[in-house]
Design a protein around this ligand. Structure first.
Ligand code: HEC
Length: 147
């Protein structure tokens, strides 16, 4: 038991590197695409906490080994899609990312299930899922015609 506690204490020394918080800019999907209030709220509550420059770290992100796991999700998530840099993506990339987004939501891959355990507001109802799928499908169509 003491050994376990010792390990737990020692791993706390390995801190995660947090993503630097940057104020939202005009490049972010919310300013650039101006989705409805409803969609804005859904994106904020279910996607932006991993796919943006505005990460709100929960208290348990201070506690190893959970912290490592959370840091991994955020790093990987932002590599695939950073909605704060939406305007900088080419039209072709916007189309592709919009398509991936609705597919991920439809397949219930996104938001990550582990995220919804602790963030019940991100546990989408069927209706909310439909709203986001519809939104990303329209976004995909928008960039299909203009690319
Ligand atoms: C807890 C963090 C987290 C949340 C919340 C989250 N994602 Fe992700 N997302 C990830 C990670 C990690 C990956 C990369 C690994 C994977 O695909 O599972 C990813 C990958 C993706 C990809 C790329 C898939 C691919 O095939 O490359 C898209 C698109 C995406 N997410 C969209 C969304 C959308 C839309 C939401 C909100 C409905 C969302 N994500 C919510 C962490 C998250």
């Amino acid at each position: 038991m003491l050994g376990l506690i010792g390990v737990f204490v020692v791993i706390q020394l390995f801190r995660i590197e947090k993503v630097e918080y940057k104020e939202p800019t005009s490049s972010g999907i919310l300013s650039y695409e101006k989705p409805s209030i409803e969609v804005t709220k859904l994106l904020e509550e279910t996607c932006l906490n991993c796919h943006s420059n505005q990460i709100d770290y929960p208290w348990y992100s201070e506690v190893a080994p959970i912290s490592w796991w959370i840091a991994d999700h955020i790093e990987e998530g932002r590599e695939h899609l950073n909605l704060s840099e939406w305007a900088q993506y080419s039209n072709a990339k916007k189309e592709h990312k919009a398509e991936e987004s609705w597919e991920e939501i439809e397949e219930k891959e996104m938001p990550l299930e582990s995220y919804t355990y602790m963030h019940s507001e991100a546990d989408l109802t069927a209706e909310q899922r439909e709203i986001l799928i519809e939104y990303f499908k329209n976004l995909q169509a928008k960039y299909k015609t203009s690319s």
